[in-house]
Structures are given as structure tokens and as C-alpha cells.
Design a binder for this molecule. Structure first.
Ligand SMILES: Nc1ncnc2c1ncn2[C@@H]1O[C@H](COP(=O)(O)OP(=O)(O)OP(=O)(O)O)[C@@H](O)[C@H]1O
Ligand SMILES: [Mg+2]
Length: 347
């Protein structure tokens, strides 16, 4: 669950808290609980902040506007809601921010099973039975740990959580404190940030997020990236040097977002899968590149990810075949193992 080591291992003094009682942070300064925090002079603080900001962008293709917005929200000590379809780099950016700032990072999948005690923590029942309630028998949950360490708590698919669990976040977000019966008060260190993500199209198992919660976050919208950026992501993630394969996988994937039979198309995640599957199919046939592998890989990668319109009586495979044909026509010579349309005209 936890991805990074705590700040206090670096010996950086951990002071201050979030919430209404905290002093106004100097603009542009990293949280004091971050080891990347400068030595105290405004110019050195700004240099440290800028270096962290540059590190965040390493390994993230494009997204400079969104990374800037998220980073500015963190510097402003705001909690953040990332909203975008699946596969639009929400987790990638949040992980990169936590890694670059070197702050404790807790990654939680939102679900109806995420009870308040899984977030907050609980008294160890065995020890309590033996020796009644003692403060040291409290097992911290990711929320209280992130608060105590000035870390980032990332709640993926936040709108799948019960409203009881979601409401638990409101006081820590607003006041930077939470009271736990028989344990006492947990106070958030400077840097404690809740980042939630949600997919605006997902309606299965999701709940309406309360206005009280929405009033305490800033929202950053994540749309699909440009075709060139998606090709770059596919090259990076699949390590392919086959340009036509990367272009074809991305075009087929993007066309699923522009097909009337498909209610919700696939993300770049599908294009990455197409490329890696084609590469492995080739390995399994003595490195022979076969055009039909592309169609097989597209069906494997895309059929579970696209969301077909309920009013249309077609199978995902039929729709994918049509999308591949359209990509072949559109890409011409750039299509994977396709024929050069100009050569065809000559013959
Ligand atoms: N801008 C990007 N730069 C580098 N890799 C990216 C980028 N966008 C997406 N990816 C890659 O695409 C995949 C999906 O991205 P990610 O997991 O960040 O999406 P997400 O928005 O968190 O999706 P979900 O809503 O389904 O959780 C990952 O393999 C990720 O590395
Ligand atoms: Mg994610």
C-alpha cells in the first residue's frame, strides 16, 4: 500500500500542520515535511521547488498543464480531485509527484468495502481483550498515517467508497485534525494531501460525491492526450521501435472513441497492450511478423475495454474488425504491415 519511505528518515524537521489553524504557506514553498524543502531562504526554496517540479515531469509524456496545476494545488496546500476517463495518467502523475517530493505515499482503491476503520485504523482486538484500550494498541490506517507523516493519500475511484468513509475525510481536509475515540487527536503535518480520482463516465457501483466533499477540493480535468503524445507513451511503455505498430495501435484505439456503436472507447492502456501482445505473438511464431496477429491482439486488448452501446446488436469483435479496417484506410502506408496505397495504384 505504501510506496515511499517516510520523511523523518532524512532528519528533516517536521513541523506545522494543515487546516484552518496553520499559518499561510509562503507561495512557492514545498511542504516542510518534504526533504526536498529548501534550507529556509526564499530563493533557495524556490530553486528546490522548481527542481522537484522538473523531476515530476520526467517519465510523464506531455501533461505539462495538468502537472503544473496539480503541483500548484499542492504548493497551495489544497486537496485535489482528478477527473478523467480510465488510462489518462492520473495515477502516473500522482506517483511521480510523490516520488519526486519523496513524501510518504498511500495508494488506496476506492470500493464499498473500504470501511472507515480501514482508512482510519483500529485498536488491535487481541491486545485490547488482554489489556483494555491503550494508545499503543491502535493500528494506524493510511489516512492517519498520511496525516502524521505529512504524506499523500491517493484514493483511486474515490466515488466507489461508501458515503460514510468519504465523510470521514472532510474534517482532516478542512481542519487538519481528526479525533479518534480512546486514542485522541491526530494532527496532520504540513504536506498532508488527499488526492482523489474519479472517472466521469463510470456508473456501475459509483455513488454521488457529496457537495461538502466537492467544496473542499480543487478539480483538475484529465482528457485524452494528443495522438502524437499517445504514440510516444506507447513507445515508452512497450519499448517498441516499430513505428508503424505504435501508430496503428494508437489509431485503432483512438477510433474506438469515435465509433457510434461504442459508448466509451479505450485508453492508451489498450494501445500499449496491443503492441506488447503483437510483439509476443511474433516471438511465439519464430519472430515472424504476421498481419493477422494485429487483429488478434486488438481483439484481446480492446474487447474487454470498450463499452458497447446497449441499443446495437453487434459483438465487440465485429466492431473491432470495422475499426481496424478504418485505421488501415486512414493510415495507408503507415499501417502495420499494410500495403503502400501509392504502390497499389501503380500496379
Ligand atoms: N502521460 C503519460 N506519460 C507516461 N505514461 C502514461 C501517460 N498516460 C498514461 N500512461 C501510461 O498508461 C497507463 C495508464 O495510465 P494511468 O494508470 O496513470 O491511468 P489512470 O488515469 O490512473 O487510469 P484509471 O482511471 O484506470 O486508474 C500506464 O501504463 C501509464 O504508464
Ligand atoms: Mg489509476
Amino acid at each position: 500500500m505504501r510506496d515511499t519511505s517516510p520523511m523523518d528518515e532524512t532528519g528533516v524537521e517536521q513541523t506545522g500542520s494543515t487546516g484552518t489553524g496553520a499559518a499561510c504557506p509562503t507561495p512557492g514553498t514545498l511542504p516542510t515535511s518534504s526533504p526536498a524543502h529548501g534550507a529556509g531562504s526564499p530563493s533557495r526554496d524556490m530553486v528546490a521547488t522548481y527542481q522537484v517540479f522538473q523531476r515530476v515531469q520526467e517519465g510523464v509524456v506531455g501533461r505539462s498543464r495538468e502537472v503544473r496545476e496539480i503541483f500548484a494545488a499542492i504548493l497551495s496546500r489544497k486537496h485535489i480531485l482528478l477527473e478523467g476517463p480510465p488510462g489518462t495518467s492520473k495515477s502516473t502523475i500522482v506517483r511521480s509527484i510523490a516520488r519526486s517530493m519523496n513524501v510518504p505515499f498511500y495508494f488506496i482503491e476506492g470500493s464499498i468495502d473500504l470501511t472507515p476503520s480501514k482508512l482510519l485504523g483500529y485498536f488491535n482486538p487481541g491486545k485490547v481483550l488482554q489489556d483494555s484500550y491503550q494508545r499503543e494498541y491502535f493500528e494506524m490506517g493510511p489516512l492517519t498515517q498520511a496525516m502524521e507523516e505529512g504524506g499523500v493519500l491517493y484514493l483511486e475511484e474515490f466515488n466507489r467508497m461508501s458515503s460514510e468513509s468519504a465523510n470521514l475525510l472532510i474534517t482532516p481536509m478542512e481542519e487538519g485534525v481528526i479525533n479518534i475515540p480512546r486514542y485522541g487527536q491526530v494532527t496532520a503535518l504540513d504536506g498532508f494531501t488527499i488526492i482523489c480520482s474519479q472517472n466521469p463516465y463510470d456508473d456501475v457501483g459509483t455513488l454521488q460525491v457529496s457537495r461538502a466533499f466537492l467544496d473542499r477540493v480543487v478539480r483538475v480535468r484529465m482528457d485524452y492526450q494528443s495522438e502524437d503524445e499517445e504514440i510516444e507513451i506507447v513507445r515508452l511503455r512497450s519499448c517498441t521501435d516499430d513505428d508503424r505498430l505504435a501508430k496503428t495501435a494508437v489509431r485503432v484505439t483512438r477510433l474506438t472513441r469515435d465509433t457510434p456503436e461504442i459508448k466509451l472507447g479505450a485508453s492508451v492502456r489498450a494501445a500499449i497492450d496491443v503492441v506488447t501482445i503483437v510483439q509476443n505473438l511474433a516471438l511465439l511464431s519464430d519472430d515472424e511478423l504476421r498481419a493477422e496477429d494485429l487483429a488478434d491482439a486488438c481483439k484481446m486488448a480492446l474487447s474487454s475495454k470498450i463499452w458497447l452501446s446497449e441499443t446495437i446488436n453487434v459483438t465487440p469483435e465485429e466492431v473491432i474488425d470495422r475499426v481496424i479496417d478504418r485505421a488501415r484506410r486512414e493510415l495507408g502506408a503507415d499501417f502495420y504491415l499494410g500495403e503502400d496505397p501509392d504502390k497499389k495504384k501503380v500496379s
